[in-house]
Design a protein around this ligand. Structure first.
Ligand code: NAD
Length: 294
């Protein structure tokens, strides 16, 4: 039976460390880190994510400002708002919650953010610097996974890592990070996606599988080799009348059967999701301390 990679426990530990760091910064410089978040429209999942980011900021002593904008605002208005945040010295870092309404270009929005305040790590400058192994903000979900692998002391050097899904926010950066010449890294990486043929030929040979596609229970035990490390990024809401919310959160892994075979596995919920917010707080602290960019 696999050991659980417990995102709840680990994020609580890192959160305590962050709280201490924030306190130290305040004592040393009188500065309180400040994160702003822009939320456009009323998408249910986005509301939940942003609310959890704001709450977790409060818990570690990071100041947060939530800017809500109407679903039908123009792209230009959003870009002006971003320029204001770029120019505001009181804001250390900020995020624009994705997805955006379809009439707004995500790419133009991301590129408008000052890369030095881009604590989500989505700006092409941060992605490029990450790829070159230069100091950069690393996107929160991949960063959270790196932290998990590091803190659980999971060997990665020389291992075969299969990443499933090639999104800009998870799969693609993850594949770059796992191949870098860094202590968590040095893997031989295979990036699989919707056009991959015979996916299980790859997954069956993987020492580490990181799956981010959004299809509940997609990865089954017959696709996984004995003792593999399995990281489940997927979060899908499925209707569940037994829950107060009316839905349950499901990962991309058929947990019960894969856990029998794997050496380590993340649960959903209670795995990668919590680490993601922790990493955003971490990046905000780095921004306040000007550790990545002066
Ligand atoms: P996405 O939804 O943008 O894209 C899905 C990816 O899966 C695509 O790259 C596609 O090529 C690939 N794919 C689709 N069908 C496939 C198949 N049959 N075989 C192999 N690959 C296939 O990706 P995303 O934004 O990274 O989201 C993926 C999942 O991760 C979603 O459930 C999302 O909610 C979740 N997510 C979780 C967190 C977290 O903090 N835990 C963060 C971001 C995303």
């Amino acid at each position: 039976m696999a050991t659980l990679l417990d995102g709840r426990k680990l994020s609580a530990t890192i959160q305590e460390e962050l709280t201490e760091e924030v306190k130290k910064l305040k004592v040393a410089s009188g500065k309180t880190p400040h994160l702003a978040a822009i939320l456009v429209g009323n998408d249910g999942a986005s509301e939940t994510y942003v609310a959890s980011k704001v709450k977790r900021c409060e818990e570690v002593g990071i100041q947060s400002t939530l800017i809500r904008l109407e679903e039908n605002i123009t792209e230009q208005t959003l870009l002006y708002k971003i320029e204001e945040l770029n120019a505001n010295p009181a804001i250390d870092g900020f995020i624009v919650q994705l997805p955006l309404p379809t009439h707004i270009s995500e790419q133009r929005v991301i590129e408008k953010i000052d890369y030095r305040k881009d604590v989500d790590g989505f700006h092409p400058i941060n992605i490029g610097r990450m790829a070159k192994n230069l100091p950069a903000y690393i996107p929160a979900t991949p960063f959270g996974i790196l932290q998990m692998l590091e803190r659980y002391k999971i060997p990665t050097s020389g291992k075969h890592c299969v990443v499933i899904g090639r999104s800009n926010i998870v799969g693609s950066p993850m594949s770059i990070l796992m191949a870098r010449n860094t202590s968590v890294g040095n893997c031989t990486v295979t990036l699989c996606h919707s056009r991959t043929q015979n996916l299980s030929d790859y997954t069956k040979k993987a020492d580490i599988i990181i799956i981010a596609l959004g299809k509940p229970a997609f990865l089954t035990a017959d696709m996984v080799k004995e003792e593999a490390v399995v990281i489940d990024v997927g979060i899908t809401r499925v209707p569940d009348s037994s829950k107060k919310s009316g839905y349950a959160l499901k990962g991309d892994v058929k947990f019960e059967e894969v856990a029998e075979k794997a050496s380590y596995i993340t649960p959903v919920p209670g795995g990668v999701g919590l680490m993601t917010v922790t990493s955003l707080l971490y990046n905000t602290l780095l921004a306040a301390k000007k550790e990545i960019y002066k």
